[in-house]
Write a protein that binds this ligand. Structure first.
Ligand SMILES: [Zn+2]
Length: 349
């Protein structure tokens, strides 16, 4: 008897490209039933994009809150601050943390959320998960899928190129996430979606094949990376989990978050993890290594001030971070020797 049932949540409207921001009014009007619009942004991102959004919106009550980091404390402070308002919609305008907070608040208040990224720095821009610091490490928690995404490439072009390269790496690393997912399907019988995995792999391959186009100062690069991020988001929406875009390479990144990530951004941590993952899968890690090199992302731990022992430990214990997520790293700690060898061969240490 067929008794399968599944729910999928997608953004209703996606505007991507040059001057996409000019669609903000229309998007707000479509998503706001009543009440006040809560805009979460930062000091820099206020100047870069939020000011523009505020100029463009008319006849709508709004409240702007500027934050710096995405932490549980900040989340609670904002919730207290907005208690006296009847919030009908949240807009996150920023790189990562502002979007994460706006997404989580929307989820808690059960109102729509609009994602306005100012840098294509990771795939959280278009996903239903929020990364929030709880005092010890960043937790990936359930939040709202954006009702709309406004990805203005002319705004994102102004962010440092490192953000874009890091976002590209996050998408490129989908290649090992999907390998892990297939493995978990074979070994653990985990539910697998071929539609989702194909989209996720497509996003990765598109960036791998066009790595030479990903360069500073090119709006085409931002477009390409954003397209990949949106495809990743779609893959996650179809799967109903982050599985198609988060495997062993992300477990390694999460372990670094706890043990000491140095100065490495999310996508850079994931890039290092994906090399080792690819090596463990017995696949072509050198191809990946060269792609990261081409887009200017270092996969050397010491370049981020991460010492060798931390990298080894992170790889050994990475599997513990999400025990329910089976990957090539298995279910027991890797020996230091095995970790060290894999990190050395892939030139991470
Ligand atoms: Zn990621």
């Amino acid at each position: 008897m067929f008794d399968k049932i599944k729910s999928m949540h997608f953004p209703n409207d996606v505007y991507i490209g040059h001057d996409a921001i000019y669609n903000i009014n229309e998007v707000i009007e479509k998503n706001l039933r009543s009440g006040t619009v809560l805009i979460i942004t930062g000091n820099t991102t206020y100047e870069v994009a939020a000011k523009k959004v505020i100029d463009l919106i008319n006849n709508i009550d709004y409240k702007v809150i500027k934050v710096e980091n995405s932490t549980m404390d900040t989340l609670n402070i904002i919730k207290n601050q907005v208690k006296k308002y009847r919030i009908g919609l949240t807009i996150g305008i920023g790189g990562g943390s502002k979007i994460d907070l706006a997404k989580k608040i929307a989820y808690d208040l059960n109102v729509p959320f609009i994602s306005v990224p100012t840098a294509p720095s990771h795939d959280g821009i278009a996903s239903p998960r929020a990364s929030i610091y709880d005092g010890k490490s960043f937790l990936s928690i359930e939040a709202s899928m954006p009702s709309a995404i406004i990805a203005d490439t002319s705004i994102m072009l102004k962010a440092p190129f490192r953000f874009a390269a890091s976002g590209a790496s996050d998408v490129i690393a989908n290649i090992t996430s999907v390998m892990d997912w297939k493995l978990a399907n074979r070994i653990k019988g985990e539910e697998f979606s071929s539609t989702s995995s194909v989209i996720s792999e497509y996003a990765s391959k598109e960036l791998i094949e066009n790595a030479n186009v990903i360069q500073p100062g090119l709006e085409d690069s931002i477009w390409l990376i954003m397209k990949g991020i949106l495809a990743s988001g779609t893959a996650m929406a179809i799967a109903g989990t982050s599985r198609p875009a988060s495997g062993s390479e992300h477990l390694f990144a999460h372990a670094l978050e706890i043990l000491g990530k140095g100065t490495a951004m999310h996508g850079e941590q994931v890039a290092m993890g994906s090399l080792v993952s690819m090596y463990f899968h017995g696949d072509d890690w050198k191809m990946l290594y060269n792609v990261y090199k081409k887009i200017g992302v270092s996969t050397k731990a010491s370049d981020y001030g991460i010492n060798k022992n931390i990298a080894i430990k992170a790889l050994s214990i990475a599997h513990r971070l999400r025990p329910e997520r089976y990957t090539i790293l298995g279910e027991t700690d890797l020996s230091d020797n095995v970790s060290e060898k894999a990190l050395r061969i892939t030139k991470v240490i």
